[in-house]
Ligand binder design. Structure first.
Ligand SMILES: Cc1ncc(C[n+]2csc(CCOP(=O)(O)OP(=O)(O)O)c2C)c(N)n1
Length: 328
């Protein structure tokens, strides 16, 4: 099991692109919170705090690779090419929503074949064996694609996690498993989920590579994920990455995290925003000024607001289509 802290293996342009994707995801996330408060949207499961590892892991993929994300994967989808308008059509459950034609909670359950995003499920960890299955199919067909599977720390307490990772290990499948370890399964803290808080150490039990990384450190995360994707692509089997991060918001808009984390811890979490950290890293290098970083965020904030206003005006699904694409 290796621990990676800092590496610098990408170009300035690649890092600036990662930064833009993170700001775009934040803009959508913040706008959704506002829409929920205004009573215009029903729900948000926030990705704030997860953006660093999400853009790093997804940007490490190629266009023919598969993404099997958990329900908190907004920045993953943004990197795959999801547009703000598409996301907002889903938020308002409009007929033109390409994610689920207005049938599912935004972000919670959807699929997007064009972007090679497999169906997102609410059933925690159920997608881990599915990711192994997709990778198995790719291997049997000789496709050469890699599958990225993401999940939270809570998911690693489920039986499906073991089944999926073990199967992938035994068959040396081209999968990268990324635990976005935010320390909570809704209100249940890590110490009540596992005796050993280092998820990557379990990799030894499966006979695969395991790496721990600070998931708020974008350059380190990107390096680790690219190594893991390369390993999978070369036929050297899966990697289990434990990306330590902080969840900045409540589990969803349905709970109040101050009640179970306490105000002090919630305030501390705000000091671990991967976007603020990456802004600092880029400005230290002279690749972005603080003013430019603020300008990028402002531009995406405006676009997210315009996308929401536009989507809200689009046609609702027709009741006649209620059973379309639904399995009996
Ligand atoms: C099988 C199953 N059990 C319980 C739930 C209720 N539930 C939804 S999200 C969640 C927490 C999962 O935590 P984690 O895997 O750490 O991911 P996070 O939400 O923190 O990103 C739980 C218990 C569920 N959806 N599915």
């Amino acid at each position: 099991m290796a621990t990676t802290t800092a590496k610098d293996t990408a170009t300035k342009e690649e890092y600036l692109q990662l930064h833009r994707w993170m700001c775009m995801a934040k803009a959508l996330d913040d706008r959704m919170h506002m829409l929920v408060k205004q009573g215009r949207a029903p729900f948000v499961g926030s990705s704030r705090g997860h953006e660093g590892i999400q853009v790093a892991s997804t940007a490490a993929l190629g266009p023919d690779d598969w993404l099997v994300p958990h329900y908190r994967g907004l920045a993953n989808a943004v990197v795959r090419g999801l547009t703000m308008q598409e996301w907002m059509l889903a938020v308002f459950a409009k007929a033109g929503d390409p994610l689920s034609a207005g049938r599912n909670i935004p972000g919670g359950c959807y699929s997007y074949h064009r972007l090679k995003i497999a169906p997102v499920s609410q059933v925690v960890a159920s997608w881990v064996p599915k990711a192994a299955g997709i990778a198995y199919a790719a291997k049997l067909r000789g496709e050469g694609s890699v599958t990225l599977c993401t999940f939270g720390d809570g998911a690693t307490s489920q039986g499906a996690f073991h089944e999926g990772v073990n199967f992938a290990a035994v068959h040396k499948l081209p999968v990268v498993f990324v635990c976005e370890n935010n320390g909570y399964a809704i209100s249940v803290p890590l110490r009540l989920q596992m005796q050993n808080p280092n998820v990557a150490e379990r990799a030894a039990g499966y006979g695969i590579a395991g790496v721990t990384v600070d998931g708020t450190d974008v350059p380190a995360s990107y390096a680790v994920c690219r190594e893991a994707v390369g390993r999978a692509r070369r036929g050297e089997g899966p990697t289990l990455i434990d990306a330590k991060i902080w969840r900045l918001n409540s589990h969803t808009s349905e709970d109040n995290q101050v009640k179970y984390r306490g105000a002090e811890e919630v305030a501390e979490a705000a000091n671990h925003d991967p976007i603020a950290r990456f802004n600092g890293w880029l400005t230290d290098r002279g690749w972005l000024t603080a003013e430019e970083a603020a300008e990028v965020q402002k531009r995406y904030d405006l676009e997210a607001s315009e996308a929401a206003d536009w989507a809200e005006q689009q046609p609702d699904p027709s009741p006649d289509d209620a059973l379309k694409n639904v399995f009996a």
